[in-house]
Design a protein around this ligand. Sequence first.
Ligand code: PLP
Length: 427
Amino acid sequence: MTSNHDLFVRACARLPGGVNSPVRAFRAVGGEPFFTRRADGPYLWDVEGNRYIDYVGSWGPMIVGHNHPHVREAVERAVKDGLSFGTPCEAEVTMAETIARLVPSVEMVRMVNSGTEATMSAIRLARGATGRSRIVKFEGCYHGHGDAFLVKAGSGALTLGTPTSPGVPAALADLTLTLPYNDFEAATRLLDEVGGDVAGLIVEPVAGNMNCIPPREGYLQHLRALCTQHGALLIFDEVMTGFRVALGGAQAHYGVTPDLTTFGKIIGGGMPVGAYGGRRDLMQQIAPAGPIYQAGTLSGNPVAMAAGLAMLELVQAPGFHDELARRTRLLCDGLQAWADGAGVPFTTTRVGAMFGLFFTAEKIETYAQATACDVPMFNRFFNAMLERGVFLAPSAFEAGFLSSAHTEDVIAATLDAAREAFAEAKA
Ligand code: PLP
């Protein structure tokens, strides 16, 4: 039998760090990653046959659990007709219509292949449409690995302690301004100063890459008003929150309408998909309707569209998001109770089926607070949970995700493990 360790040794010889995406490598939490052989429902099984309750969910897409038959069968049907056409196909049109129906601010959409492509393309559109060069982002928010965003970026970059990446030209980074998330005053000041040069302000409407930090009450409305006042486009990066925190995403949950929205993860049903969309007058400026160039050999791929459409059918079931939110609350409340019982300073955040675990007694609302939490304690907790068959995101700065396959029994099993893990982490 192949072991996780043997595979990691082989992987490290040929893949940088042994992985194809940094946070998978477990560097933040210590140890080596396990290699998944198969996944089903709320579980992953590694190559050694160990089973894990999975709260990573492929980093967000698997909101109906792994290997859901409705999604898998849609993919199987699509595959029989061919893998890629290079011409338009009906599934792309249905996908665009579905997104526009579920997220009304998205009047037109362009499909791409990842969240990174979506955000890179959205800021090109913002720059092209406004004729301005600067963009504004928030410290601790992650928008993929496009050069313009690797300026004090969070998530993987934060975990690895490289707030800016070599290879990003300083001249380009100069055009990205960074604000503290959830700070009303700082946003007002910055836009009062340079608002006339800002093409777009991009934000995760619920921050999910500095752990999980919901917006303060009125914060997204404040950003909306500032952008309108200064003629900058408001871009919601809903790659993580889209179809997760509510059927209509964070913009529906908080009642704020952005000019442009980016998507990924859930809309691909587990296949490599992203999308950006928004106001018709803006989207009509994208080639070939307009002059702003953006293209993709595999964009709108028929198999990926089939997976995404099947996933979007499932999340439209009546009460789907309410039930997920209820179970997420059960999980968070249960974890809080065991942490309190063990005398561990601990707090949780959650919006819909997205949650954050923080080793601190403070209510968390800012990036500075998130980074001040007890990271070594989180790492001990992570490893204690993993030993007990529960896989949390392998970094103190990532959000957790629940799926509809996480039944009350699965949550109860998680809490059993957590009871011991808190005690172990404290020791
Ligand atoms: N935007 C957000 C909010 C994300 O969480 C991510 C990835 O985690 C991205 C963009 C980048 O998406 P991808 O990894 O598909 O390129």
